[in-house]
Design a protein around this ligand. Structure first.
Ligand SMILES: Nc1ncnc2c1ncn2[C@@H]1O[C@H](COP(=O)(O)OP(=O)(O)OP(=O)(O)O)[C@@H](O)[C@H]1O
Ligand SMILES: [Mg+2]
Length: 268
């Protein structure tokens, strides 16, 4: 089983046209589960609705959307409606059986609402603010995904979790993918984004260990910092390989699976 996280950075017509045929080819040997992102789309539509989005940075250097009540509603509509259905539609168009769900459906992803958030303000000082509707993932229930996969469907999952109080929570797509890969005991997790992997000193790092990835975490820029964190989380949950590669190149999935033009992170 392979979990593929499709980055919002490569959605809306940016994925290489060979991606879906390549996926169909890959499905001859592997079961596939897709998790998607789409933060920029959420921000654009929120702006059109007159709801400016605010971003916060944690003391660990992780950037995230500040999600108040109105924002979680917009987030749910865009992620689970527009983006999720666009991906499902594309898969079906290429002859792949697909079903879109969110982490809410079948209570697939449970998370705890963060009541307070520690952030670093513009002046570089620590501040505590109201948590809003972002969640810390607690775990996943793989039963619905397993059922769909067993019936030959590719589940397409949007990163929204359910809290104990039945609130919808914004969770990060990369980290949701990591937990899903861990919970499904997937062999590999593949992050398809708009760069060919982790870049350091203008070069794509072709492979590294979990220990090295953890060392590098604090120094990585926004966008890649969460992806690298998710790679380490997946490995710690038992996934054997975390791969970051570009969805803009030809046959991007098989390229990643053959370790061509990407970053591969392994236990050792
Ligand atoms: N060291 C780095 N190496 C590679 N990319 C980096 C690095 N530091 C920051 N980045 C940025 O990370 C971006 C990828 O993350 P980003 O969150 O934008 O895309 P995504 O995760 O594919 O999309 P989404 O978050 O919508 O799902 C790259 O386009 C790049 O600009
Ligand atoms: Mg991202």
């Amino acid at each position: 089983m392979i979990v593929i996280k499709l980055g919002g950075s490569v959605l809306s017509d940016r994925l290489h046209p060979s991606t879906f045929p390549d996926l169909r080819q890959t499905m001859k040997n592997e079961k596939i589960v897709i998790v998607h992102g789409g933060g920029k789309d959420v921000t654009n539509i929120a702006t059109k609705l007159g709801k400016e989005q605010r971003f916060i940075v944690s003391p660990q250097g992780v950037r995230s959307r500040y999600t108040d009540k109105e924002t979680i509603e917009i987030y749910t509509m865009v992620m689970s409606g527009k983006i999720n259905k666009m991906i499902v539609g594309m898969l079906i168009r290429y002859g792949i059986k697909a079903i879109g769900i969110s982490g809410i459906d079948g209570v697939t992803i449970k998370a705890d609402r963060k009541k307070k958030l520690v952030i670093i303000n513009e002046k570089g000082r620590k501040m505590i603010i109201e948590g809003g509707y972002t969640g810390k993932i607690r775990g996943i229930d793989p039963s619905l995904i397993d059922l769909l996969v067993k019936e030959g469907y590719v589940p397409v999952i949007s990163p929204i979790a359910l809290s104990d109080d039945f609130e919808f929570l914004n969770i990060d797509g990369d980290r949701a993918a990591a937990y899903i890969a861990g919970g499904l005991r997937a062999d590999k997790i593949l992050f398809m984004t708009d760069v060919k992997g982790l870049i350091i000193n203008s070069e794509v790092i072709s492979n590294m260990t979990l220990a090295r990835a953890k060392e590098l975490l604090p120094s990585i820029g926004f966008g890649m910092e969460k992806k690298l964190l998710a790679c380490t989380e997946a490995l710690e949950m038992g996934v054997k390989e975390s791969i970051i590669g570009s969805g803009l190149i030809e046959n991007p999935i098989s390229a990643c699976l053959s370790h061509d033009q990407c970053t591969v992170i392994t236990q050792r």
